[in-house]
Design a protein around this ligand. Structure first.
Ligand SMILES: Cc1cc2nc3c(=O)[nH]c(=O)nc-3n(C[C@H](O)[C@H](O)[C@H](O)COP(=O)(O)O)c2cc1C
Length: 352
């Protein structure tokens, strides 16, 4: 497998020296659409498809992704201050047959043999450079989008004191993202590495405060909310009611949590708070699709207009097609793109 964001290397190595593999060097000639024929949040795009927040942490990664035919790319989530990554390793192959249940306490075996991995762990802790560093880099990434392509900037607030502080930090960070010239802002409300029980998207009142504060600060630029899988559909309906008048898009899902152990039953990712990690890839596709269907229904029920970005387990062009058929307005992939750099051009080549 050709990992251009290479899980066998540390996060810092990927940032400093990546991308690797097919993304390092001359890009291929991308087949398919010659003129942008679709739209994503008001932007003309060849295909509303690209790389989700995570594997594109620098302008070099984003430029390579655009050049390989991924048309809607998300620059990895940034913060208002520098933050180191969790200790290496961060991505392991997760051994799971079929669908990963969305239940607390699921235990899975994980190891470093990624050669045949369809599901992987994601335990990076949302690292970020300082804004002085990421702002010019994100601006370069936005400029790398060609005709029919768009860069989305993902960010999140950092908790440092009370809720008011967190809300203000989200607004400040979103403003810094807008200053780089991105085509849309994505707010990560679903980070699984800051305590899965305490995801911001599950706190409707606080999530609503965040989106209102961000909207007030950034004006009309398209705003997308990235949320987790909701087990409770009434809670999802409540969040939708609270945020739909303010946001332009809802992206789902991030990852599903699981306890990861090695072959001897010991904690697989070392360090406090890392017993549980986010799992992504094929085994969570069912959950991303279920959320797409539910977001379609809640949009209809409430007469809302938000775009739905389907994420989770998209490993093939056929998976893209299935998400679109379920009602996703755009589709994104992290694991699938990391495994297969030709996925962008394969989706481009699909008949409309
Ligand atoms: C290496 C890696 C890093 C990630 N980092 C982020 C992040 O910084 N912000 C975010 O919102 N999601 C992050 N994610 C989650 C993805 O955006 C996506 O929601 C998740 O991986 C499910 O999609 P997939 O099955 O295609 O991987 C990351 C995923 C991976 C694999």
């Amino acid at each position: 497998m050709d990992w251009w964001f290479d899980p066998a290397r540390t996060y810092d190595d990927n940032v400093r020296n990546g991308p690797f593999g097919a993304f390092d060097g001359q890009p291929p000639t991308v087949a398919g659409a010659t003129a942008p024929g679709e739209t994503f949040l008001g932007h003309a795009v060849h295909r509303p498809f690209g790389v989700a927040a995570g594997p594109l942490p620098t302008a070099r990664h984003c430029a390579a992704s655009f050049a390989h035919g991924f048309d809607v790319n998300v620059f990895k989530t940034v913060r208002s201050r520098a933050m180191p990554a969790h200790p290496f390793p961060n991505t392991l192959a997760v051994r799971v047959d079929g669908d990963l249940p969305a239940e607390p306490g699921v235990t899975l075996m994980a190891d470093a043999d990624l050669t045949t991995a369809h599901s992987i762990s994601n335990s990076y802790g949302v690292p970020s450079p300082d804004p002085d560093e990421w702002q010019p880099d994100m601006a370069a990434a936005a400029a790398a989008a060609a005709d029919g392509q768009v860069l989305v900037g993902s960010c999140q607030g950092t908790r440092d004191g009370d809720d008011a502080n967190l809300v203000a930090d989200y607004a400040r960070t979103a403003q810094l993202v807008v200053e780089t010239g991105v085509g849309a802002v994505e707010l990560n409300l679903s980070c699984p590495n800051e305590g899965t029980g305490a995801l911001l998207c599950f706190d409707t009142a606080l999530a609503a405060r965040v989106v209102r504060a961000v909207r007030e600060r950034i004006g009309d630029i398209p705003l997308v909310l990235k949320i987790a899988y909701f087990r409770d559909d009434d809670a999802l309906a409540g969040l939708v009611r609270a945020v739909a008048p303010v946001v332009d898009g809802i992206a789902a899902i991030n990852t599903l949590p699981a306890m990861l152990v090695d072959a001897a039953g010991r904690q697989a990712l070392l360090g406090p708070g890392r017993e549980t990690a986010g799992v992504c890839g094929a085994s969570i596709r069912w959950a991303g699709l279920a959320m797409t269907r539910r977001l379609v229904r809640h949009r209809e029920d409430g007469g809302h207009a938000y775009a739905i970005v389907g994420v989770g387990g998209v490993l093939t062009a056929e998976d893209y097609r299935v998400y679109r058929d379920e009602g996703a307005d755009a589709v994104m992939t992290a694991t699938g793109a990391m495994r297969d750099p030709s996925l962008g051009s394969e989706v481009r080549a699909l008949a409309r």
